[in-house]
Ligand binder design. Structure first.
Ligand code: C2O
Ligand code: CU
Ligand code: CU
Length: 462
């Protein structure tokens, strides 16, 4: 009986959560933190150093939360690579557990990709060579340690990785980092009653959904907008949740880029949906908005995630951004007609998740594909008798194109390079996948708990 009672108490503890909401913990808003840019080293044999370390963060007034960060207490500095550039990056693990350094979206050889085979032990380091051999894009980096990705990301390991290139400059897009070109990392977290990020894998085997919203690690943020046209590079950095982002005043904005770079042409819209790990670049034109009205980015429920303080400096001087259209079709007829050569079936929930009926085995190669040769992958999200759930599907080492969703052409804002794709229950999505480099790459569900629970496979590119 005692044991039962003990178990009950434990349950109750979970049921009423003992968690706090940001309103209880903190009053008022704080200016959004902009991650620093990572400086290039000139006096060593590597250009950048990225260190995974422990730290503390003051999310709420008067309390200290233990966190993880790269080169700091929380999240990481923004790393910028020039299109075509090759850099050496020293990665160092100062944590008390193994980790890896994965460059999500960067088309690097498998040996540099930082997947689960590439574990770096505490106190150790290595130098990786990153070649930005792809168009300008907003990518990111995060750990990929075997069965530990979700917890390490939850505690704060994630950073932005930009590839910068000529095509974005020629369109006249805003490029002043932190001024009119702003990274926004949306995440949700759970804090316990001691305001700690206690990670509970068992309670959250379908993905940790938090009740506290963070943008760039800031609780209750606000952004002071001083330029009439702002570019936001948005990352869904959550472990699991999807975001549908809108403006609180209903105004439309322009999506200019998907995961892997500029869209075929800019798309005017009033909402974007991002599943975990997807990115989107948008332009918001604030010049017609009244500085007395409240303008904010909200989620699908209308919850304010990021309010803006409009404080333009002087006249709206910025010339408007050039539109563009690509002269080549997004996909050629030949590409659209390629037969399916790889079939992926996503199934299950919680810790019963599988791909093609199997769980991840680091010793097993599931698929093989020839370098440089495009193939059609069909991803099927097989529903269960409860309906099933969305899985965001991601492939390492490639930027692919979506050929179709259930036989239909993808929406204009998905006509661009992608490395992650939201797949609804029951949906079949065809992808045109080309790997420009060789090596072993992961493909997986980017609900990080699903990944850790084995919803992952390996493709060997030869
Ligand atoms: Cu964001 Cu396996 O990666
Ligand atoms: Cu990745
Ligand atoms: Cu999943």
């Amino acid at each position: 009986e005692t044991m039962e009672h003990g178990a009950m108490e434990g349950m109750e503890g979970h049921m009423d959560h003992d968690n706090v909401t940001p309103l209880q913990a903190s009053e008022g808003t704080q200016e959004l933190v902009i991650p620093p840019l990572l400086d290039k080293q000139t006096d060593s044999d590597f250009e950048y150093e990225v260190v995974a370390q422990e730290g503390t963060t003051q999310f709420f007034d008067g309390s200290i939360t233990k966190t993880y960060g790269y080169n700091g207490n929380l999240l990481g500095p923004t790393v910028r690579l020039k299109e075509g550039e090759t850099v050496k990056v020293k990665v160092r693990n100062e944590l008390n557990e193994p980790t890896t350094f994965h460059w999500h979206g960067l088309e690097v050889p498998g040996s540099e990709d930082g997947g689960p085979h590439d574990e770096i032990k505490p106190g150790e380091s290595k130098v990786v060579t990153l070649k930005a051999n792809q168009p300008a894009a907003t990518l990111w980096y995060h750990p990929h340690a075997h069965k530990k990705t979700s917890e390490q990301v939850f505690k704060g390991l994630a950073g932005m990785l930009y590839v910068e290139g000529a095509d974005q400059d020629s369109a006249g897009l805003p490029t002043s980092y932190g001024l009119d070109d702003i990274p926004l990392i949306f995440q949700d977290r759970i804090f316990d009653k001691n305001l700690q990020l206690n990670y509970d894998e068992l309670m959250n085997s379908d993905g940790t959904i938090g009740d506290v919203s963070l943008v760039n690690g800031t609780v209750n943020p606000k952004l002071t907008v001083t330029q009439p046209v702002m570019r936001f590079r948005i990352l869904n950095g959550a472990n699991a949740r999807n975001y549908t982002l809108r403006l609180s005043n209903g105004a439309s904005f322009t999506q200019i880029a998907s995961d892997g770079g500029l869209l075929e042409e800019p798309v005017k819209t009033d909402e974007i949906t991002l599943s975990a790990s997807e990115r989107s670049e948008i332009l918001i034109d604030f010049s017609e908005m009244d500085s007395n009205e409240t303008v904010a980015i909200t989620d699908e429920e209308g919850t304010i995630l990021l309010p803006f303080d409009l404080a333009f400096e002087g006249e709206a001087t910025r010339k408007s951004v050039e539109s563009w259209t690509s002269d080549e079709p997004f996909l050629t007829e030949k590409e659209k007609d390629l037969p399916i050569s790889k079939q992926i079936e996503l199934f299950g929930m919680m810790d019963m998740v599988t791909i093609n009926g199997k769980k991840f085995d680091p010793e097993r190669i599931d698929l093989r594909q020839k370098k440089g040769v495009p193939e059609v992958w069909e991803i099927y999200n097989k529903p269960d008798n409860m309906g099933g759930m969305i899985h965001p599907f991601h492939i390492h080492g490639t930027q692919f194109k979506i050929i179709s969703r259930d036989g239909k052409e993808p929406a204009p804002n998905e006509q661009g390079l992608k490395d992650s794709v939201l797949i609804e229950p029951g949906e079949r999505v065809k992808l045109l996948v080309t790997f420009p480099e060789e090596g072993t790459y992961m493909y997986h569900c980017h609900i990080l708990e699903h990944e850790d629970n084995g919803m992952m496979g390996q493709v060997e590119v030869y």
